[in-house]
Design a protein around this ligand. Structure first.
Ligand SMILES: Cc1ncc(COP(=O)(O)O)c(C=O)c1O
Length: 478
């Protein structure tokens, strides 16, 4: 009998191409410093280089790889360059990439325990490990009342926390009847915009998200929070949720968790702690003073995909009361019923987030943690913090520049004293040069440059060179 017609890649071909692909990635990482960090293409340039129509016949893998070099690479901003200091890191690593590859190779969809028990159990186990590794409260352990789950992003984690808070405050009736316009949530003026989005999606409405003022360190004022909650209660509204941040996006502001938690306790509000980037620093006990009071939080999240060497996407989200989350998000159609779920002895993570399907994301986290060990992770995080602190010292010692916000960890907000236009010129010229990539924010109405150290391979020489380039551009202004 003739073979059935197939267009698939054979396992042998996959092996060969896979080796070539891994070689390509390893070469890319070796030569990454030769590329301009910020992609220099114009809008539309990448699409213009792509054929108008898809190929009618399949093409060779070699042709594909050639086009990756020719068409795609020029349009890549190199987040994995050690000269990437923009936004926040998104630092990949060898073990993380290989764990991600294995996840694709296994091709598991882990919506239920029974659709791949290892997908669920490894996730539960690794998230329990992380509770200890980050000094989080035991109530977040799966053996306690809570538990952890991997979400795609901090935005999704915040939304899930807000939804659970909404249901808790309305005795689980908002899911049935919708919101009545009276629920109120609280964050600070510096909280990430994902909270606004969450308020929109959760049906509270952005007008019912109160943005509480911050102090000179860009940290939420707990007294202002208490005053606002009391005013809202007096007005007949129903406060239900507070988001406190450990490391705000703009300036790495640190909200006082313990004082905010006390307000939440008094008014029975759900406290969510967003430690998207800075949570990784909690691997090192000496930085945990920044999360004092976290034992009072109802939920907490951080992004290993930012600073913990785990390729995007990977957010870890814990709740103290898993039943509140599950009751909020669980729907059970007949086709998902199975004996394991009904036995009540397994976790079905589909009930812990928005979507149904889920990838085997814990593999990459497991690979990262096992490769580095706690000691290796701590070493590199300390090194990044040390480099940022060194940079801050250089800025302080230069009369032309000033520090714009406290820099407790790896983000330094600073500015040239020449004003907004000068800072804009310095930043634009640096980014256009391709030597490094910096982004900005506005603090107290002034344009501020942000130097965020956290890419996997950033070393002293990169930070030193960045500072030299910044000084060079500043001198040109004069
Ligand atoms: C403090 C904070 N929260 C939330 C986010 C959103 O992250 P994600 O892309 O994982 O939704 C960020 C990222 O900028 C952040 O810095």
């Amino acid at each position: 009998m003739p073979d059935e017609k197939s267009f698939h890649m054979t396992p042998e071909e996959f092996r060969q191409r896979g080796h070539a692909m891994v070689d390509w990635i390893a070469d890319y990482h070796s030569r990454i410093e030769s590329f301009p960090v910020l992609s220099q293409v114009k809008p539309g340039q990448i699409r213009a280089a792509l054929p108008e129509n898809p190929p009618a016949q399949g093409e060779s893998f070699d042709a594909l790889l050639k086009d990756v070099d020719r068409v795609i690479l020029p349009g890549v901003t190199h987040w994995q360059s050690p000269n990437f200091f923009a936004y926040f890191p998104c630092n990949a690593s060898g073990p993380g990439i290989l764990g991600d590859l294995l996840s694709s190779g296994l091709g598991v969809q882990g919506m239920l325990w029974s659709t791949s028990p290892a997908c669920t159990e490894l996730e539960t186990h690794v998230l329990d490990w992380l509770v200890g590794m980050l000094g989080l409260p035991e109530k977040f352990l799966s053996s306690s009342s809570g538990g952890g789950v991997i979400q795609d992003t901090a935005s999704s984690a915040a939304l899930c926390a807000l939804l659970a808070a909404r249901e808790r405050a309305t005795n689980y009736s908002s899911n049935k009847k919708g919101c009545d316009g009276k629920l109120v949530a609280y964050a600070s003026t510096q909280t990430h915009s994902s909270l606004e989005k969450a308020a929109m999606i959760a049906g509270l409405g952005v007008e019912n998200l109160r943005l509480i003022e911050v102090d000179e360190k860009f940290a939420m004022h707990p007294e202002a929070l208490a005053r606002q909650v009391e005013a809202d209660k007096k007005a007949g509204l129903t406060p239900c949720f507070v988001c406190a941040t450990i490391g705000t996006t703009s300036s790495n502001g640190m909200d006082p968790i313990a004082a905010i938690a006390e307000v939440c306790r008094q008014h029975n509000l759900w406290l969510h702690v967003d430690a998207a980037m800075s949570g990784t620093a909690m691997l090192c006990p000496e930085f945990r003073y920044l999360q004092n009071g976290v034992e009072l939080a109802h939920s907490y999240n951080f992004n290993p995909h930012k600073w913990m060497f785990t390729s995007f996407d990977c957010n870890c989200f814990w709740v103290a009361d898993r039943n509140a989350l599950i009751q909020t998000l669980s729907i059970l159609p007949e086709y998902l019923r199975n004996q394991a779920s009904e036995s009540g002895s397994v976790i079905d993570y589909r009930d812990w987030h928005i979507q149904l399907g889920r990838r085997f994301r814990s593999l990459k986290l497991w690979f990262v943690i096992r490769h580095y060990g706690v000691e290796g992770l701590q070493h590199h995080i300390r090194e990044h913090v040390h480099l940022a602190q060194q940079f801050a010292e250089w800025v302080r010692n230069d009369d032309g520049f000033e520090i714009a916000a406290p820099a407790p960890l790896n983000l330094v907000c600073f500015r040239h004293k020449g004003g907004d236009a000068a800072n804009q010129i310095i930043m634009d010229r640096l980014n256009r040069s391709g030597d490094l990539y910096l982004t900005h924010t506005k603090l107290n109405g002034k344009m501020t440059l942000r130097m965020c150290v956290g890419q996997t391979n950033t070393q002293t020489r990169h930070v030193k060179r960045a500072w030299e380039r910044i000084q060079e551009e500043a001198q040109k202004l004069a």
